[in-house]
Write a protein that binds this ligand. Structure first.
Ligand SMILES: Nc1ncnc2c1ncn2[C@@H]1O[C@H](COP(=O)(O)OP(=O)(O)OP(=O)(O)O)[C@@H](O)[C@H]1O
Ligand SMILES: [Mg+2]
Length: 250
């Protein structure tokens, strides 16, 4: 049964598990159903915008401008969103190339929550690409608390297992509801015996297969394009299932 009314999805997980790719692919899927989607890229250590957005003009807006402002307004959010040329339904909000932790003043959790609350008014759906390192990103931690659903991506390797052993205790508090996370085994290669990792993660709801063309798209900044081939069908099916399950998209 689709959960109608859910609006904010936080995509969180182990380093390099595919959080950014998955967030963008879910946004694309939602946009195919004419939903206006805001994708927020939280990572301030390695900004994601320059890794996903193909643009000729220099990017003007930044998530940093929004979070460091005295107060967050819808106008300020819209001013700092960047729209990919090919998809009018999608807006990106993230740190720009070259920015780092010293570019903007610190912000408090309240500011992060204000942003997430206001984003509900700005877009039909909000997808938050969280940073793996929660201690480096107040916005990511706030998203894990405030989001209507959290997609927890685990990579199919021991690094992923080790990551969650260390990071889950950071969000053990009841307000994070970790038991409600939708667990995904991500970037699963066909030759991999993924069963051991499924068990290590305490079972998963979805498996996202590795698709060579996704890597190609990642390196050519074209993740908003569709994927050719049979291999990709399964991947797109899982993305569709997640979008429908979370947002009632369909
Ligand atoms: N399903 C997939 N098939 C093939 N390649 C994938 C898939 N998912 C992710 N990748 C590749 O894995 C790499 C990491 O993906 P991505 O940057 O989305 O991970 P991340 O979790 O956002 O990383 P970080 O922790 O650095 O933010 C990229 O090269 C991407 O193309
Ligand atoms: Mg990322």
């Amino acid at each position: 049964m689709p959960n109608k009314g859910k609006q904010i999805l936080a995509v969180w997980g182990s380093p390099s598990s595919g959080k950014t790719v998955t967030a963008v692919k879910i946004a694309r899927e939602l946009s195919l159903n004419r939903k206006n989607v805001a994708v927020v890229f939280c990572d301030g250590v390695c900004p994601a915008l320059p890794t996903v957005l193909k643009t000729k003009k220099p990017v003007e807006g930044s998530l940093g401008e929004v979070l460091s402002a005295p107060s967050v307004t819808q106008e300020l959010i819209l001013k700092n969103c960047v729209c990919p040329a090919k998809n009018p339904y999608i807006s990106f909000l993230g740190y720009k190339a070259g920015e780092n932790v010293f570019t903007y003043a610190d912000y408090a959790k309240e500011r992060a929550v204000d942003l997430l609350v206001l984003l509900r008014h700005v877009a039909d759906c909000v997808v938050v690409d969280c940073a793996s390192s929660l201690t480096d990103s107040i916005l990511s931690t706030a998203a894990l608390e405030v989001a209507d659903a959290v997609l927890r991506l685990g990579s199919c390797d021991l690094k992923g297992v080790s990551y969650f052993m260390s990071s889950l205790p950071l969000i053990a508090d009841r307000r994070f509801k970790p038991e409600k996370h939708i667990k995904v085994l991500s970037n699963v290669k066909s030759r991999q015996d993924s069963g051991g990792y499924e068990n290590a993660y305490g079972g998963v709801s979805y498996k996202l297969p590795h698709v060579d063309d996704i890597e190609e798209q990642f390196y050519s900044l074209s993740l908003l394009d569709g994927l050719p081939g049979k291999e990709a069908k399964e991947y797109e099916f899982v993305i569709r299932e997640i979008a429908e399950g979370v947002f009632g998209n369909g």
